[in-house]
Design a protein around this ligand. Structure first.
Ligand SMILES: Cc1cc2nc3c(=O)[nH]c(=O)nc-3n(C[C@H](O)[C@H](O)[C@H](O)COP(=O)(O)OP(=O)(O)OC[C@H]3O[C@@H](n4cnc5c(N)ncnc54)[C@H](O)[C@@H]3O)c2cc1C
Length: 500
């Protein structure tokens, strides 16, 4: 690309929570490495990681019904819930380590305790929730979960949801107090501020336009300085593509075989937000319901207490939508530009397969505000249109690929690390469970991309994340100890946190 690119050890593309986490891990493991970050926006954490662009749920499978499925024999499969819970425990441990190291000074700026609840209506759903509760509550990771069908208890747990409820359908809920609300935007900003203090070069308003393999096997990155309309060339032995929705087009530019036959489908999101103190004060939980029939898993409706800038508000949604943009700040050409000769059949197959998703998205796009409030009234029967505003959330680019189980063009709902065989470049695709599992996913990047260092790093990783490589579900006393100590360090022990 250029005769004279500027060299560094590591280039991180994008200043979201994923690059923030990877950069922080690397600075602890290899402090002497030179790291550069390129972010096209003016600040860190402005896209999906921003507090208003996601729901801020610390996903630990404490309330999300889509992480537990009913098997053909009627029993409930909790294996995915266990996996996600264990992954969130890694995040809690790493964040606690950062608090102890004073890299994070005030954890309440980004994490707050909030009960997580599942709420269902109708006989079949109540039967399912009861079975799910039985399966989870006897598992050490979900200890403390409560279940009720009693109106008096529900009035106590969710007064706003019960007020004015006339439906005679059976209703049931589970509640666990160890849930969290996480401000991933604040976390991202804290981590990048600290990285800057540790001499990481942060280049905002710098858009990465191209990535090519250099003759020596390292990577050359073409960067547009948006402030001065100048083109720069940089080179590194390792590149992480943490561009969120923007990762797929950049991965495609690398031309690595692993980037082929992969497509992306963007799903946008809207939330309703209430800041009216009289309403906000009546609710104190994240309450997850059940996705409507035919709706994708990320459309599970939920009513959340949020803590943003030390202020409480309520969030309801998400309502899905469609724009062809891969980033909220992206271009309408993103989707079409991502269709290449090597993935066109995969994309077409997905188009044919996912008719129900297409139908669902069209219905969602056509929803009027009144219709959205009607959906909200299934949660809060007394909700008034004038108390709620609309917030446009981030874009989720769902991965489409050919899989053995699903066949050609299968839509994926998880996150996925795609890396070159030699580990010199990695990209993160997909969006769920997302930011909550950033530490787990970035540890996976380290394992895949730095096999020659991982043994020498193991002790340090265990210092930062004591349960690294250990199954917590199989070591309940270790889990208890870790859960209690991270709760203490992160200030999650109090039920009703004090806002400072
Ligand atoms: C509606 C919604 C609700 C969600 N709810 C939750 C939740 O409750 N809990 C949870 O854990 N997760 C949730 N998520 C997922 C979570 O937000 C994401 O997984 C996470 O923020 C992704 O972080 P990231 O760093 O990969 O991407 P981002 O935060 O999007 O950061 C990527 C950055 O890369 C930059 N970039 C892109 N292309 C380029 C380029 N070419 N050059 C330079 N810079 C570039 C972008 O500007 C951006 O700043 C939700 C997501 C959405 C959309």
């Amino acid at each position: 690309m250029s005769n004279n690119p500027k060299k560094s050890d590591v280039i991180l593309i994008g200043a979201g929570v994923m690059s923030a986490t990877l950069g922080t891990l690397l600075k602890e493991l290899a402090p002497e490495w030179e790291i550069k970050v390129f972010e096209k926006l003016a600040n860190a954490g402005e896209e999906s990681s921003n507090e208003w662009n996601n729901a801020g749920t610390g996903h630990a499978a404490l309330c999300e019904l889509n992480y537990t499925t009913e098997k053909a024999d009627g029993s409930v499969d909790i294996s995915k819930a266990i996996k996600i819970n264990e992954q969130f425990q890694l995040s809690r441990q790493f964040w606690s380590y950062l608090v102890k190291r004073s890299i994070i000074e005030r954890p309440q700026e980004f994490i707050m305790p909030i009960p997580h609840m599942s709420l269902v209506q109708g006989e079949d759903n109540v039967t399912f929730l009861k079975k799910r509760f039985k399966a989870l509550s006897t598992n050490p990771l979900f200890e403390g979960m409560e279940y009720t069908e009693e109106e008096s208890k529900l009035n106590e747990w969710i007064p706003l949801i019960m007020e004015g409820r006339t439906s005679k359908e059976p209703i049931a809920a589970t509640k666990i107090d160890s849930g969290t609300d996480v401000n991933f935007g604040a976390l991202t900003r804290i981590l990048f501020d600290q990285l800057e203090k540790q001499n990481v070069e942060l280049n905002y308003r710098h858009s990465v336009e191209d990535i090519k393999r250099a003759a020596d096997g390292s990577w050359e990155v073409k960067v547009q300085d948006l402030e001065n309309a100048k083109t720069e060339y940089h080179k590194a032995k390792f590149v992480f593509i943490g561009g969120g929705g923007g990762s797929l087009p950049l991965l495609q530019k690398t031309g690595i075989p692993e980037s082929k036959q992969i497509g992306g489908f963007p799903v946008s999101g809207l939330f309703l937000v209430c800041n009216k103190p009289e309403v906000v004060e009546k609710h104190h939980a994240k309450v997850y319901g059940k996705a409507k029939v035919g709706a994708p898993p990320m459309s599970v409706p939920h009513l959340d207490t949020r803590y943003i800038d030390q202020k409480k508000s309520l969030l309801f949604g998400p309502f899905a939508g469609f724009t062809p943009k891969f980033l909220k700040t992206g271009s309408n050409l993103d989707l079409f530009g991502s269709v290449k000769p090597n993935n066109v059949l995969t994309m077409l197959a997905a188009g044919v397969k996912e008719m129900s998703l297409t139908k669902y998205l069209i219905q969602q796009v056509l929803l009027s505000n009144e219709k959205r409030i009607e959906e909200l009234r299934e949660f809060i029967p007394t909700a008034k249109l004038e108390d709620w505003d609309i917030v446009v959330a981030g874009q989720r680019v769902q991965v489409i690929k050919d899989t053995e189980a699903g066949g050609k063009g299968t839509l994926q709902f998880g996150t996925e690390v795609v890396s070159a065989a030699d580990g010199s470049i990695a990209a993160l695709l997909g969006a769920s469970p997302g930011a909550s599992t950033a530490v787990h996913v970035m540890l996976e990047v380290l394992q895949k991309c730095f096999p020659e260092h991982i043994n020498e790093w193991e002790n340090k990783i265990k210092e930062m994340v004591p349960s690294y490589g250990i199954s917590l579900v199989e070591n309940p006393s270790f889990f208890k100890e870790i859960h209690a100590s991270t709760a203490e360090t992160l200030g999650l022990s109090e039920k009703e946190p004090v806002l400072h």
